[in-house]
Ligand binder design. Structure first.
Ligand code: NAP
Ligand code: MG
Length: 504
């Protein structure tokens, strides 16, 4: 009864969650789409149908926006004492941890990622994000200011700034880290007193629905968080274009990010964007290869390469190129593919047939252009969307496989002679600027490269190290603004200047 088609069991709590009904959260109620339409949800490891979620249309999004507006204008959320709001946001983190095993299994069967990894990374980091931001609720300071107002000579002033919530925030997230991306979006919005309409990815709606239940349990008032399931072109576009949404925050492809900007212009929404990447990862001759080789492998193969930060362009200094290639080849071949519920699985399936086709297309295109797949390069098996960890060599800087975001376990490896300006120019030669990695023992080179790389994050002797205290986001076409850190707060708070004339 709790056994999935993959042959592995899930907890009874997951089985009863899947029995549903799986609905959207609007104004504190769990509802179907007004049209009655649904979207089937599948396990990408087997194709097993897990259930169906509502397919929201414009009318549903409008209802959610109205519920959010009411909660913002007249609900308890904005007027609540900051400490109380902070405690509720903190409690969400606690509930995620208390239900981590169940959430990890839900994430695994929906997205494909290993449940063990979701339990060790996705869920606890999501909890960290809520608990980090919970602390901001009581620390949203304004400033006192001494204005001069030159045309009112002699006047004395008491002036200060306040920081107030932006209002109704539309948030649109992708499928690669469904729960974690929801946490990145929701936590700062809630801590700062905003209300949210969250549109989850059509491929991975399940963990957000479960989190919505936990948010109600944590005491989030009705209408403060509304969760919409549906397609991007319909539900997502309706959120981005809605005239009563004050702000839109989006994570996904650069292509759709541009559509969001267009849709948001009608009422000049405040927009923040976390977009794609094609991140350079650089290994210098003097690096500790015991760490750099597995580090570079994980930089691309973690989450099956479905990371916006994936280290997908690997630059290896000439002296160590052969050794690194050999190490990476062994590593790639040793990765065990399988369903995410299998505790021995290191890499699960890609999220969907569409994604598998996209990754295959890029690899084929690279081969036609003269690149070589040293490992992998093809689908594994004929059931589920498995793709073998792939090292591409003999790539040149003009090939699509090297330039475009693939979002799969495919890394292009190239060599360089010196860690000089020419290397930096090659590393920076991309429309993206999300992340970069450097592996070296030479402090001087590490800092020089960190300063020269045009990316929102640079990791040295590590990769994909995330923490809510660190601002995250991209240069260039990798986005607008930052998530996490105190940097995110500016996207969710409007500064207000108050100037009081005290007389002459
Ligand atoms: P995507 O289309 O950018 O999807 C991200 C989110 O935007 C999803 O919720 C999507 O809904 C929604 N969306 C799609 N079209 C929209 C529109 N016109 N208006 C408003 N919202 C819209 O990404 P994808 O299709 O999932 O993946 C395609 C490629 O994007 C990937 O292969 C990868 O290269 C890149 N990507 C990047 C990131 C990242 O974190 N940087 C994350 C995911 C994907 P649906 O779920 O219905 O599509
Ligand atoms: Mg799915």
């Amino acid at each position: 009864m709790n056994k999935m088609m993959s042959g592995f069991e899930v907890q009874p709590a997951v089985t009863s969650f899947l029995k549903g009904p799986l609905r959207m959260l609007i104004g504190g109620e769990w509802v179907d789409a007004q049209s009655g339409e649904t979207i089937d949800v599948f396990d990408p490891a087997t194709g097993e149908r897990l259930g169906a979620v509502p397919s929201a249309g414009e009318a549903d999004v409008d209802k959610a926006v109205r519920a959010a507006r009411t909660a913002f204008e007249s609900g308890p959320w904005r007027s609540m004492q900051p400490a109380e709001r902070g405690r509720i946001v903190w409690r969400i983190g606690e509930l995620l941890l208390e239900n981590a095993a169940e959430l990890a299994e839900i994430e695994s069967i929906d997205n494909g990622k290993p449940a063990a990894i979701a339990q060790a990374a996705d869920i606890p980091i999501a909890a960290d994000v809520f608990q980090y931001h919970a602390g901001w609720a009581t620390k949203l300071y304004g400033r006192s200011v001494e204005p001069s107002v030159s045309y009112m000579p002699g006047m004395r002033w008491h002036a200060y700034t306040r920081r107030e919530p932006v209002g109704v925030c539309g948030q649109i997230i992708p499928w690669n880290f469904p729960l974690l991306m929801a946490a990145f979006k929701l936590a700062p919005a809630l801590a700062t007193g905003n209300v949210v309409v969250l549109k989850v990815a059509e491929d991975t709606p399940l963990s957000a629905i479960r989190m919505g239940q936990l948010m109600q349990e944590a005491g989030v008032p009705d209408g403060v968080v509304n969760i919409i399931t549906g397609y991007g072109e319909t539900a997502g576009a309706a959120v981005a274009g809605h005239p009563d949404v004050d702000k839109v925050a989006f994570t996904g492809s650069t292509e759709v990010g541009k559509l969001i900007v267009n849709a948001a212009k009608g009422n000049l929404k405040n927009v923040s964007l976390e977009l794609g990447g094609k991140s350079p990862n650089i290994i210098l001759n003097d690096a500790d290869l015991e760490k750099a080789i597995p580090g570079a492998a994980e930089a691309i193969f973690f989450n099956h390469g479905q990371c916006c930060t994936a280290g997908s362009r690997l630059f290896v200094q000439s002296d160590i190129y052969d050794k690194v290639m050999e190490g990476l080849t062994d590593y790639a071949k040793s990765i065990k593919l399988g369903p995410g519920l299998d505790p021995d699985t290191a890499m699960g399936p890609l999220v969907s047939a569409k994604q598998l086709e996209r990754v295959q297309g890029y690899v084929e295109n690279g081969k036609k252009a003269g690149a070589q797949a040293i490992t992998g390069g093809q689908r594994v098996g004929d059931k589920g969307h498995f793709f073998a960890p792939t090292l591409m060599a003999d790539v040149d800087d003009k090939m699509e496989v090297y330039r475009e975001e693939i979002f799969g376990p495919v890394v292009c490896v190239t060599r360089f002679d010196e860690a000089d300006a020419q290397l930096l120019a090659r590393a920076n030669d991309s429309i993206y600027g999300l992340a970069a990695g450097v592996w070296t023992r030479d402090l001087e080179k590490a800092h020089r490269l960190a300063a020269g790389l045009r990316a929102g994050t640079v990791w040295v002797n590590t990769y994909n190290a995330f923490d809510p205290s660190l601002p995250f986001g991209g240069f260039k076409q990798s986005g607008w603004g930052r998530e996490n850190g105190d940097e995110v707060l500016e996207h969710y708070l409007e500064p207000k200047a108050v100037a009081i004339a005290l007389g002459e």
